[in-house]
Design a protein around this ligand. Structure first.
Ligand code: LLP
Length: 422
């Protein structure tokens, strides 16, 4: 469910016509719906609570959408943050996420990042390997604090929509095996700089089948029970994120209620607090990328190219993962749909959003919206081809605010300087 719909022949975000935003801010531009963000968070929390999960920590995966206004919208509802870099810790704090609701994941946290996180007082550092455990212990002792850590386990199950976003197989770089986890947990409980508070897993992203999750979570339950039998204290089980969303050409993913029921079945009744790290399921359908049509180029021999002012640097998912995004005309014209190859202006064949997509008639100056672009859209944007970083707008009801303005070319150039010998 989302708040982008046609009203009187044009696409709105909540009560704002997308064309009005495009007019005011220019294109390309990302537009997010506060109501959709809020709804997705609330639906997930309520489903978990309804299935008996007490006070879940829902730590939004900041990597999915790192805009501070988006984070603040969620923080106000009580969301925490799952972060993977010092930059993300800083964003979460700037958005008002309390440090005790911040979870720090990632395989390569540096000493400086760990020190920053510990000084900020983050709730949990998810340790992904033994060298990292030693690093956290060392840094914490130097700072005179005790780091709360969870051991990230790699449950060795296959899941996830694309090989580049599957993380839970043992050949992936993430986490340690179950036997290693037991050993490291015991080791951690004897280190002066750390206090193990739990175990964590995350098996992949865009998962549309609950079976691999259920398999992984059942294994995690076994681990928690073994640790507890050994007399070790386990306060938290972090089950990661990963639930998929509909990108329109796929089977409907499981609902938050199905997901919560599976959680209750697999880990219900354990004497631990549960944490979650959802990204995509909260943000994806809460955002669109609006682009303008620059040209419609029809080759005499057949292909019809829709050349947009948005490119792979603004939305990399189609080029990187062959991802499908629904494309809708902002003000659909009457007439028969025709096949278009939808491309951007970047000088690479990979800058193709889709081929042979049936769309209503489009003309230069028209606007289109890439749907389901609120997760891993703007957060993965770059300035490739020296294109200005794409701006972001947040809508609430009948209001909208530019929450990341488009930089100017002067801003872009001012970040660089000549070498002394030039
Ligand atoms: N927790 C950890 C440790 C993660 O690595 C991720 C995502 C998440 C949570 C959030 O997963 P989600 O709920 O969003 O599925 N750029 C790719 C997705 C990469 C996901 C990486 N990790 C894409 O555009 O599809």
């Amino acid at each position: 469910m989302n708040h982008f719909e046609l009203r009187g022949g044009e696409l709105f975000c909540e009560d704002v016509p997308l064309a009005r935003i495009a007019q005011a801010v220019g294109t390309p531009v990302y537009v997010y719906s506060s109501a959709t963000l809020e709804r997705h968070y609330t639906v997930l929390r309520d489903a978990l609570v309804a299935h008996g999960v007490k006070d879940p920590l829902i730590a939004f995966a900041v990597k999915a959408n790192s805009n501070v206004a988006v984070l603040r919208t969620l923080a106000r509802l009580g969301a925490g943050a799952d972060v993977v870099s010092e930059g993300e810790v800083r964003r979460a704090l700037a958005a008002g996420v309390p440090p005790e609701r911040i979870v720090f994941s990632g395989v390569g946290k540096t000493e400086a990042e760990v020190a920053f996180a510990l000084q900020a007082g983050v709730a949990e550092i998810n340790v992904e390997s033994e060298p990292e455990l030693d690093l956290v212990d060392r840094v914490a002792q130097r700072l005179g604090v005790r780091a709360q850590i969870a051991i990230r386990v790699n449950p060795d199950v296959q899941a996830g929509g694309h090989e580049k976003i599957s993380t839970g197989k043992s050949e992936n770089k993430f986490g340690v095996s179950f036997s290693e986890a037991e050993r490291l947990y015991a080791k951690a409980s004897n280190l002066a700089g750390v206090r193990p508070v739990g175990v964590a897993c995350h098996i992949g992203s865009q998962i549309t089948d609950l079976a691999p999750m259920a398999e992984a979570f059942a294994k995690m339950r076994g681990l928690v029970e073994r640790l507890q039998r050994e007399g070790l204290r386990v306060e938290r089980l972090d089950l990661g994120g990963g639930l998929g969303v509909p990108y329109f050409n796929q089977p409907e993913p499981p609902s938050p209620d199905d997901y919560a029921a599976m959680i209750a079945e697999t880990v219900g009744g354990l004497d631990v607090g549960l944490a979650f790290e959802p990204g995509r399921m909260i943000a994806a359908n809460a955002g669109v990328l609006i682009a303008g049509v620059t040209h419609v180029h029809e080759r005499p021999e057949g292909r019809r190219f829709l050349v947009l002012d948005a490119a792979m640097n603004d939305l990399i998912r189609p080029a990187m993962y062959d991802a499908y995004h629904d494309i809708r005309a902002v003000r659909p014209r009457e007439g028969e749909a025709r096949p278009y190859d939808v491309v951007g202006p970047v000088c690479e064949t990979g800058d193709t959003f889709t081929r042979d997509r049936a769309l209503p008639p489009l003309e230069p100056g028209d606007l289109v919206a890439f749907m389901t672009a609120g997760a891993y859209g703007a957060a993965m944007a770059s300035e490739y081809n020296s294109r200005l970083l794409v701006p972001e707008v947040l809508v609430k009801g009948a209001e909208f605010a530019v929450v990341r303005p488009r930089p100017t070319y002067d801003d872009m150039l001012a970040r660089e300087r000549p070498a002394p010998w030039l």
